[in-house]
Design a protein around this ligand. Structure first.
Ligand code: 5MM
Length: 336
């Protein structure tokens, strides 16, 4: 078993999942402004430190994805943020893309940037304690999109990123996100996501990436958020499993879904059904941002000094997600 494979399994095993706390300052500012909390670096640290020192960090969270600002911050205990995360047994990770820009040649679409100087940045992040990384490719979906150009260029970038990350002895999270925005059907999402994932693996193999040392972070197969053709959670689970079984090589150790704008409960219920029906060898868990943090953030906004109360809300969500990652969740547990 390679070191990279060991790291990936440590992050994902036993129902553990990933806390995606890698919102860029721009995104975090929007989140904080929405709850009327000033977006200062102190407040961003306070909220994140509150989550990272919760009890569920030990029992539910295998890895935390940080943003550049956070990985360099120090907690009130004087531990660095990566030390605080490691002290609970979780592994610190870092978002290394530098965000999305308009894709030249297809201006309605996006391309993720950040390859220039990446090798040097990775070495720095390793010194800060990161042992895994994240890069997110974003795909619009409609009759015309994602275009072949978007599918090919994002897959190429994800593969070049992954090869560099493994060279620096870290596990790359490969995140191709087909967005939920639109009126497309779940079948459209299935078709486009299949094409996107298939191309990603073609490029990963071309770049000699060790697939046993990556984590795939895909979207679930959902109808568009403006579609009237709603499908059940059972159907979401069935289509998601079919898509992954058909397009992900079997030596990939695990899949950690993004929540992508689903509510906390939807993201939990769908993950639970995916695990109840899991007919693959992949570990299927979560790498949620909004679906782990939303309620905690709302609670915290009422009194940013109420650390324990906020942690209680976060612990509940993390526990529910970890049960779902084992197929043991039920809606009754939400109110117990
Ligand atoms: C946490 O949000 C990340 C995006 O941050 P920026 O857009 O500010 O760069 C995002 O990549 C996240 O890690 C994943 O999309 C999963 O988050 P959700 O909220 O979809 O579960």
């Amino acid at each position: 078993m390679s070191e990279l494979n060991k790291i990936a399994l440590k992050i994902l095993s036993n129902g553990k999942g990933i806390l995606a706390a890698d919102e860029s300052t721009g995104t975090m500012t929007k989140r904080l402004e929405a709850i009327k909390v000033p977006s200062s670096s102190e407040n961003r640290l306070l909220f994140r430190e509150t989550l990272f020192s919760s009890a569920s960090m030990k029992t539910c969270i295998g890895g935390v994805i940080l943003y550049d600002e956070t990985i360099k911050q120090t907690a009130s205990s004087n531990k660095t943020i990566p030390e605080l995360i490691s002290s609970s047994g979780a592994i610190p990770g870092i978002k290394v893309d530098t965000g999305v820009k308009v894709l030249a040649g297809s201006p309605q679409e996006k391309i993720t940037e950040g390859l220039d100087g990446l090798r040097e940045r990775l070495k720095e992040y390793y010194k800060h304690g990161a042992r895994f990384t994240k890069w997110r490719g974003v795909y619009n979906i409609s009759n015309r999109y994602p275009s072949k150009l978007s599918i090919n260029s994002n897959a190429h970038a994800l593969a070049r990123y992954s090869a560099l990350v493994q060279e620096c002895e870290m596990v790359p999270i490969v995140e191709p996100e087909v967005l939920m925005d639109g009126n497309h059907t779940a079948q459209d999402c299935f078709n486009k996501t299949s094409e996107v994932i298939k191309k990603c693996f073609e490029e990963l193999l071309l770049h000699n990436v060790d697939l046993t040392g990556i984590i795939l972070k895909p979207n679930m197969i959902l109808q568009g958020n403006k579609s009237e053709n709603k499908i059940s959670s059972e159907e979401v689970a069935k289509l998601t499993l079919k898509c992954l079984k058909e397009n992900v090589p079997s030596n990939v150790p695990g899949i950690a879904f993004l929540s992508g704008g689903q509510t906390e409960i939807q993201a939990t219920e769908n993950l639970n059904l995916i695990n109840r029906n899991n007919n693959t060898n992949f570990i299927m868990t979560y790498s949620y941002g909004r679906a782990l943090q939303q309620s905690a953030l709302k609670f915290w906004s009422k009194n940013i000094k109420d650390i324990q109360g906020t942690q209680k809300v976060f612990n509940h969500r993390a526990n529910m997600c970890t049960l779902a990652a084992q197929g043991k969740w039920s809606s009754e547990l939400e109110t117990k």
